[in-house]
Design a protein around this ligand. Sequence first.
Ligand code: ATR
Length: 281
Amino acid sequence: MYQLGLIGYPIKHSFSPWIHTHFLEKTGISGTYKLLEIQPDSNFETEMKKLKTEGLNGFNITVPYKQAIIPYLDELDSEAERIGAVNTVKYSDGKWIGYNTDGIGYVRSLKSKYPKLFINKSNKILILGAGGAARGIYDALVNEGFKYVDIANRTLESAEKIAQLKLKYTKTNTMTLQEAEQVVSHYDAIIQTTSVGMAPRPNEVIINLRGLQPHTIVSDIVYQPIETQFLTEARYLGASIHLGHTMLLYQAQYAFEIWTEMKAPIDQLDDELQNKLMEGR
Ligand code: ATR
C-alpha cells in the first residue's frame, strides 16, 4: 500500500492526484495520493516535522516549496542538486531523498513525440526563459548529449547563470529575447519555458517567430490554454508543435517510477488530460 501525496500552495486544482491515481490503477499497485496543502503563512519547519510522521512512501512538491524542502532532506539526487530544486521525495531506508523530475519528464515528453530530433545530437536547440523550469530542461537536454543548447531570456544574467551548468560537450550561447527573434531560423527546436501566454493573458507571445523554418519543432510548457498563441503562430508558419500538458504527464510518470520502480503507461491519459483542459476541468 503506497501512501503518496503532494505538498504546495495552492494545490486544490492540481492534476497530480488524477494522474497518479490512474498510474496506481494501471500498474495494479494499491495506494493513495492525497493533497497536503501548506499555507504560506504557516511555519514550514513545524509542517515538515508533521509530514515526517505521516508515513508517506513518497510525495511531490510544487510551488512555492521546491527549494524550501531541501534543508529537510537526507540526500539529494545529482540532478536535483544541480538544478537546486526538488519536486519529488522518496522515503527509503529511513531517509528522505530528493529528486527533480521536471527536466527529464519534459525531455521524455519531447522524445516520445519527436524521436527523430534525438537522433542527431548536433541539432540546435533554443530555450526561451531562464527560471526554474528552464534550468531543469537545460540540464536534461545537456545530459541527453545535445551539443548546441542556447538560452534567451529577458534578463541576460539569469541565462548566463544557467549556462554555467553545462557539461564540456555542450556549447551554449546566451542572448536577449530581441536577439533571439533575429535567429529563430537557426534552430531545430525552440522551447518556451516561461509563463508568458498562460491564461488569463493568452494573447501574449514571448517572441515573434517571423522567419521560422518549417522543419523546426516549437514547444511550449504552458498548458492553459492547451495550445498557446505562440504555438498557434508556429503552426501557421508551418512548424511542428509540442503541447505543454505532456510535460505534466511525463514528469509524473518519472516520479511514480522513482517511488514504485514501475513505469506506468501514459497512453490514453494524454487525450483525457487534453479534454479536461479544454472543458476547463
Ligand atoms: P519558473 O520557476 O516557473 O520557471 P520563474 O523562476 O519565476 O518561474 O521564471 C520565470 C521566467 O519567465 C524567467 O525567465 C522570466 O524572465 P526574467 O528572468 O527576465 O524575469 C520569464 N518571464 C516572466 N514574465 C515574462 C515576460 N512578461 N516577458 C518575458 N519573460 C518573462
